[in-house]
Design a protein around this ligand. Structure first.
Ligand SMILES: [Zn+2]
Length: 287
């Protein structure tokens, strides 16, 4: 069984660096409370691998969010990875359209990548390619950050994996044929490759003709950053009227996190506190 990790590597004789990611436990945790259509699930799996790979490729202190929005069947997909490789993500799709192809799901959609590193958030946006998320991200790297890249992403119900190869900035002397060859090799990646191995040996097997230096892998974990305080903010944004309507209907307000499935309950006193900065009046204050 593959471990959840990112394995960085560089080619000794080519100005190319790369990373291989395999997600098993964290990927199954992302799927746990959802019942995604297989096409939607695969896009989410590709996004999980891609977001980890992008996080590995950058130096930052914060979180990277990959978001696909405005598509045909895919209403929204969000995948987030911190610089410590804590991953979470979810998707919502139009049920009637979900059974279609990838192209149908993302028709007209855009993919935004936000690097939120405190004071200077940075966002790049690319149109979704009708072929795959990997192709869309290659376009993103070429246009938004001017780093020629090969991206390969694979996914099924128990594994999400991928490879990112990037030309090293400021380097010359990379033969076009070599670059294309590496792209073809990366594209041969399948989920079955991770059955036997998920790191050093797999990198060696994929790029058998090249001398590759493999670095210490980094563990990836599922972790949701939701909290009661953030849930309260969501309810405040929803507004007092709507929140009180739900309260009147059900006697309490339950908010379930779409990333981790955790449910938080707000009773009438919680709701009163939420929308009233004054202390809740106790029986003593009744005159
Ligand atoms: Zn959560």
């Amino acid at each position: 069984m593959a471990a959840d990790k990112i394995t960085p590597f560089v080619f000794d004789s080519l100005p190319v660096r790369g990373a291989l990611i395999s997600l098993s436990r964290s990927w199954r945790r992302i799927l746990r409370d959802h019942d995604y259509d297989p096409t939607v699930r695969d896009v989410l799996g590709h996004a999980a691998a891609a977001t980890g790979l992008i996080a590995q490729s950058l130096k930052f202190d914060g979180a990277i969010t990959l978001q696909i929005q405005g598509g045909g069947g895919l209403q929204m997909l969000v995948m987030q990875c911190t610089n410590d490789f804590e991953l979470r993500g979810m998707a919502s799709a139009d049920e009637t359209a979900a059974a279609g192809s990838f192209g149908d799901l993302v028709r007209g959609a855009h993919c935004a990548i936000t690097v939120d590193a405190g004071e200077r958030p940075y966002q790049g946006i690319v149109e979704m390619a009708p072929s795959s998320l990997a192709d869309s991200l290659e376009n993103y790297f070429a246009r938004s950050v001017q780093v020629p890249s090969h991206v390969a992403l694979v996914s099924n119900e128990s594994l999400s994996g991928g490879i990112l190869l990037q030309q090293m900035p400021g380097q010359h002397g990379l033969d076009e044929d070599d670059w294309n060859r590496l792209g073809y090799l990366a594209a041969t990646l399948t989920t079955a490759d991770f059955d036997a191995d998920d790191g050093l040996a797999l990198v060696g097997k994929l790029f058998a003709e090249d001398d590759v230096r493999v670095f210490e892998p980094r563990p990836v974990v599922f972790r949701c950053r939701c909290s009661r305080r953030r849930t309260e903010e969501v309810l405040r944004m929803l507004g007092e009227e709507e929140t009180r309507e739900v309260l009147a209907e059900r006697g309490r307000v339950d908010v379930t996190c779409e990333y981790c499935g955790r449910r938080r309950s707000f009773d009438p006193i919680d709701v009163a506190n939420l929308f009233d900065n004054r202390a809740v009046a106790g029986p003593d204050s009744l005159q």
